[in-house]
Design a protein around this ligand. Structure first.
Ligand SMILES: *Cc1c(COP(=O)(O)O)cnc(C)c1O
Length: 342
């Protein structure tokens, strides 16, 4: 019984622009990877300030991760990954034939502690969780870095957009990420043209005249057109997300935030609290959906070995924050959370 006043934890923001873009593709009768995908890749390069041709669109964020690992010849190599993150990291690593080396979170941030990366790692997958960017400039650069920006499109470190610090950046356009390409989609960026060529080749199996194995990781023009419409509105989306985050801050919520030298994006509003259960229960009783952003059971390794990551699963609550959330709804959430916190 969700009722008329139900507030979901998340929902995509879709409107006239997306509808128009989708209809245009349907009327063109070209649905598969074509001009729209190429335009989306170019728009994405422009957005990040990269030369055109530095981005390739794929079917999902997981596909992007897998392909990034393939491009770096991950087979039989040691791949460092946070224990506190999306299971896509473990899946992509295993499918690419790499050995997973798990790393704990920071004590002061759920992000992976990059200084705890095992010294035998060849490649590290480093996500910027919840829109909170990490600076890698102090990291030993003998390892290759895949920057997982699935939750942090638009965040910057020293004015550099996330995705450009490492060797490869990957993005997800799943329905509830910062922008969506119609439910699923992903992007890979790299300044290295050899990597881009390799990925372009691997993405498409059709009409090839050699014996090399390839797969089908293409994005469709229908997805790309919706993704382009969303990317155009990104600044507007961001403003609204920041505005909601600010309202939570003004209510004195103990929110996770980036250090002052970072420029985060407001993908998630995460309360850091010992009253996880009480807050979730009170919100749920009031028809509002909040979640534990990453549960104990989702950790990629045993909690005993990763005390910081385990602790993040126990004392966080993710509140609704998305462009279509109304001020009245934000105020309702604030009222209920306040009643528990105070
Ligand atoms: C969502 C997500 C992915 C996977 O993206 P999909 O498009 O869902 O395959 C990978 N890494 C992180 C950090 C994510 O949040």
């Amino acid at each position: 019984m969700l009722g008329f006043n139900y507030i979901p934890h998340n929902r995509p923001t879709l409107g006239r622009e997306e509808k128009k873009a989708a209809i245009q593709v349907l009327q063109s009768s070209w649905l598969a990877q074509g001009k729209e995908v190429e335009h989306f890749e170019n728009d994405f390069c422009d957005f990040l300030g990269l030369p055109q041709g530095s981005a390739i669109a794929v079917s999902s964020g997981t596909a992007a991760l897998y392909l990034a690992l393939i491009a770096l010849d991950a087979q039989d190599k040691n791949i460092a990954s946070p224990v506190y993150s999306c299971t896509a990291l473990r899946n992509a690593t295993a499918l690419a034939g790499g050995n997973l080396l798990l790393t704990d979170s920071h004590i002061h941030s759920p992000n992976m502690n990059i200084h705890a990366i095992d010294s035998t790692a060849h490649i590290a997958i480093i996500p910027h969780m919840y829109g909170l960017p990490q600076d890698f400039s102090t990291l030993n650069r003998k390892i290759s870095i895949i920057e997982d920006c699935a939750q942090s499109l638009g965040a910057t470190v020293n004015q550099v957009p996330v995705g450009l610090q490492g060797d490869i950046g990957i993005y997800s356009f799943y329905a509830t990420k910062l922008i969506t390409s119609g439910g699923q989609g992903g992007m890979i960026v790299s300044k290295n043209p050899t990597i881009i060529e390799k990925l372009k080749d691997y993405r498409l199996y059709d009409r090839r005249f050699d014996d090399l194995l390839r797969f089908n990781f293409q994005m469709t023009d229908l997805q790309a057109a919706i993704g382009r419409a969303q990317l155009k509105q990104f600044p507007k989306f961001q403003n609204r997300r920041s505005d909601i985050f600010q309202q939570y801050k003004e209510a004195n919520f103990p929110l996770l935030d980036a250090t002052s030298d970072m420029s985060p994006v407001r993908f998630r509003a995460i309360l850091q609290t010992t009253k996880q259960f009480e807050i979730l229960t009170a919100l749920s009783q009031n028809n509002i959906s909040a979640v534990v952003p990453l549960q104990e059971i989702e950790l990629l390794g045993p909690k005993e070995h990763y005390p910081n990551a385990y602790s993040w699963t126990q004392n966080t609550v993710s509140l609704p924050i998305y462009p279509s959330l109304k001020d009245k709804e934000v105020q309702r959430i604030i009222r209920i959370v306040k009643s528990i916190l105070s």
